[in-house]
Design a protein around this ligand. Structure first.
Ligand code: COA
Length: 258
């Protein structure tokens, strides 16, 4: 699994796309390694949060242009379907995923970051969907997730102009939730991951599912999902322990996550 490094630090797994000689460009083999590492994080019951980052000066500089250059339409469709399946797997995994964007997040890289739940950028990070400058549309979710995150006007501006934006602009438009100095990026992402890991995981995961489902439907249906998630939490020991502790003016030190 050399094109993706996978390391577990306590309750947090860190997945590093590791093809720095090509700025971590996503070819079929990198996407397959990514899928394996994500599956490992999902199945390891001791991992509560996943952080995704890149080696070297890029997060991911896009899908691999050398691989795509001679694609037929059918091959392009298969490539997009494959990557979309993997990115949907990230978006829908039960555990929270933080993108620690350390550099170029272009094309498939911006799309990978957008499949994550939370995006934190280092000051050197750059975001963009340069595809129309290469004669193609975004293919790994850019036309769908970018407008949902930043609104259709800004998404269309970014996609139609193919221009890159810096981390501050990404923060201003809500594409990332935090910008930190580059040397503090990983520690900030890990700190945030550990804060999340210290909360009740059933509740964290139910919240993620309710938000994701609610973003795709009308508010009445979304509120019904939320009520279901809320109710389910009342079957957990964590809810009972935490609320009992609160009324007794104490605190749960460590959730049982059940
Ligand atoms: N696909 C394949 N290879 C890529 C790549 C991609 N998306 N992005 C970068 N690389 C490769 C370069 O071809 C180069 O390989 P080489 O050393 O064998 O020539 C290597 O990564 C380093 O990239 P380089 O362009 O020399 O770095 P730079 O610092 O001058 O420029 C970028 C950085 C990100 C501005 C530039 O690499 C770039 O524009 N990449 C393509 C971005 C893109 O359009 N992505 C969307 C694809 S749909």
């Amino acid at each position: 699994m050399s094109s993706v490094l996978y390391e577990v630090k306590g309750p947090v797994a860190v997945l590093t796309v590791n093809r720095p000689e090509a700025l971590n460009a996503l070819n079929t083999s990198v996407i397959s390694d990514l899928a394996q590492a994500v599956a490992q994080a999902q199945s390891d019951e001791n991992v509560y949060v996943l952080v995704i980052t890149g080696s070297g000066k890029a997060f991911v500089a896009g899908a691999d242009i050398s691989q795509m250059k001679d694609f037929s339409p059918a091959e392009a469709k298969a490539f997009a379907d494959y990557a979309n399946g993997v990115f949907l797997g990230i978006e829908n995994m039960s555990k929270p995923v933080i993108a620690a964007v350390n550099g170029y997040a272009l094309g498939g890289g911006c799309e990978l970051a957008m499949a994550c739940d939370i995006r934190i950028a280092g000051t050197k990070a750059k975001f963009g969907q340069p595809e129309v400058g290469l004669g193609i549309t975004p293919g790994f979710g850019g036309t769908q997730r970018l407008p949902r995150i930043v609104g259709s006007s800004k998404a269309k501006e970014m996609i139609f102009t193919a221009q890159t934006i810096n981390a501050e602009e990404a923060l201003r438009i809500g594409l990332v939730s935090k910008v930190v100095p580059d040397d503090l990026l990983m520690s900030t992402a890990l700190d945030m991951a550990n804060v999340i890991a210290n909360n009740a995981q059933v509740a964290v995961r139910q919240s993620k599912e309710a938000i994701n489902k609610g973003m795709q439907c009308d508010i009445i249906t979304g509120l019904a999902y939320e009520a279901q998630a809320f109710a389910l939490c009342f079957s957990t020991e964590d809810q009972s322990d935490a609320m009992t502790a609160f009324v007794n003016k104490t605190k749960v030190e460590k959730f049982k996550n059940k």
